[in-house]
Design a protein around this ligand. Structure first.
Ligand code: ZN
Length: 472
């Protein structure tokens, strides 16, 4: 996940449970039996962990725009084929290429020492030579915006806000605004921005992530300090003497546009093959770790779920379409391309759901569908109960790559994961395989299989999602 977490803004977007048209929602007996079998498989080895292991070992970091992403594309095609998918194909996704070359930071006065930083995605560099400037600390981006005009001339702005740890990740939204504080800082005259990492750990590992410049503002370099380094810098500032930082960054957009691919695998529906239930994760990752939790896990969970459905005695009515999305991290390019490519097929989209919140167990099921489909959603919820998943009506929102299509009406579901420790590792060098619990992945693969299968085999069309009110 890279974009601000908007679950709370979207809460109003869900249809309240209307008087149930349960008679219309009667599931076939075989559908219920198969769904129960799929849920039971969550207690066994589904093979999801082996897929995360394969992607992180054989490909590793796969930054959008890099040669590694191209290798990941081939890996995903081959993996879908080896899992027995009926059809495997690619859809193009184009975006501007951004590259990170090197970055370093040190305090040169009054307490000289090195700091650990990472350049934020989309940032420009320092122009071929280091910047040396005094730090001005702000508790939040709002405080920075209140600074007098010109007051940061020749300075490096430093935003020290701390992200709060929560199970559902709602601490991310308020904290992450600082990541795109470069333009606000530049507008006051700053020559660079550094921030406390948007993360909940105390490891000396900074968290990268995308930042954006405002139209018309001077583009200045932007970097995140590891959290212990942010503590260190704040302690220096508190002593009252000017703190001078040297920042050396070589990064930026190359000016080239690259075309990569959403990699798609389908289990073909037996009666309504043109209608699709879309599940997926994003195939790209940041470059610092091996992208095990963000988002090899999501790719593995949904690939496995589709394969589990493919092994049933009879395919569901509709097609299961599993998508390994390209370049989510730098601006949801894969999800936006999918919505654009298939915009004429809105009515064929039965349901969409993305797994992009790490590898923690699923505890909650939420959905935004047409009122007449709510009884089916409630039936799916009952089938998910044995997996320890509770139904929460009127909450949640679509995953990042589903959201562009959900905004124009694609019905969506969310299988919310326990993200208590997600932001300890998110977008850091520490996002590696050892953080992934195989049993938690099995529970998730089973949950996606149950949800996608029943949605695909439902006698009820899920219609259109109620309008989303979230803002970009
Ligand atoms: Zn992600």
């Amino acid at each position: 996940m890279s974009i601000p977490f908007r679950a709370c803004i979207l809460a109003s977007a869900i249809v309240a449970s209307l008087p149930s048209q349960a008679a219309d929602a009667k599931l076939d007996k075989r559908t219920v039996t198969n769904a129960t079998t799929l849920a039971t498989a969550g207690a066994q080895d589904t093979g999801a962990y082996a897929i995360v292991e394969s992607l992180t070992t054989e490909i590793g970091p796969r930054l959008a725009g890099s040669a590694a992403y191209d290798r990941a594309t081939k890996w995903a095609e081959e993996k879908f084929k080896s899992l027995g998918y009926d059809r495997v194909y690619l859809e193009p996704v184009s975006f501007p290429t951004w590259e990170r070359h090197h970055e370093s930071a040190e305090v040169i006065a009054p307490y000289p020492q090195r700091l650990i930083i990472t350049t934020l995605g989309g940032s420009v560099g320092t122009g071929g030579k280091p910047i040396e400037a005094d730090i001005v600390e702000f508790a939040t981006i709002e405080a920075l915006k209140l600074a007098p005009a010109g007051s940061l001339a020749g300075k490096i702005a430093y935003i020290s806000n701390r992200m709060e740890r929560t199970k559902d990740g709602h601490g991310y939204g308020p904290a992450v605004a600082a990541r795109s504080g470069a333009s606000a800082a530049a507008d006051k005259g700053a020559v660079a921005l550094v921030i406390r990492s948007i993360g909940t750990d105390s490891d000396r590992l900074p968290h990268t992530g995308m930042q954006r410049y405002a139209e018309g503002s001077t583009k200045i370099p932007a970097a995140a300090l590891s959290n212990p380094d942010a503590d260190l810098l704040s302690n220096m500032v508190r002593r009252g003497k000017p703190v001078t930082l040297r920042l050396d960054i070589d990064a930026g957009h190359t000016g080239a546009t690259k075309t990569e691919y959403n990699v798609i695998g389908e289990i073909r529906g037996r009666k309504l093959p043109e209608e699709v239930v879309v599940i997926g994760g994003h195939l790209d990752s940041w470059d610092l770790g091996t992208g095990a939790i963000d988002d090899a896990s999501g790719v593995a969970i949904t690939m496995t779920a589709g394969a589990m459905i493919g092994r049933l005695d009879k395919a569901p009515l509709r097609t299961i379409r599993v998508i390994a999305f390209a370049n989510e991290e730098q601006g949801v390019f894969g999800g936006r391309a999918y919505a654009e490519t298939h915009k004429a097929e809105l009515d064929l989209q039965q349901l969409g759901a993305e797994s992009d919140f790490g590898a923690g167990r699923i505890y909650s099921f939420r959905a935004g569908v047409a009122a007449e489909a709510v009884p089916v959603i409630e039936q799916i919820a009952r089938l998910l109960e044995p997996l320890g998943i509770a139904y929460e009506a009127g909450k949640g929102g679509p995953g990042p790559d589903i959201e562009p299509f959900a905004k124009v009406g694609m019905p969506w579901a969310q299988l919310a994961q326990d993200g208590t420790d997600y932001f300890d590792y998110h977008h850091t060098a520490n996002d590696t395989l050892d953080k992934v619990d195989a049993k938690a992945l099995d529970q998730q693969a089973a949950a996606y299989a149950v949800m996608a299968y029943v949605a695909a085999d439902s006698p009820v069309d899920f219609g259109r999602a109620p309008p989303l009110t979230g803002e970009e």
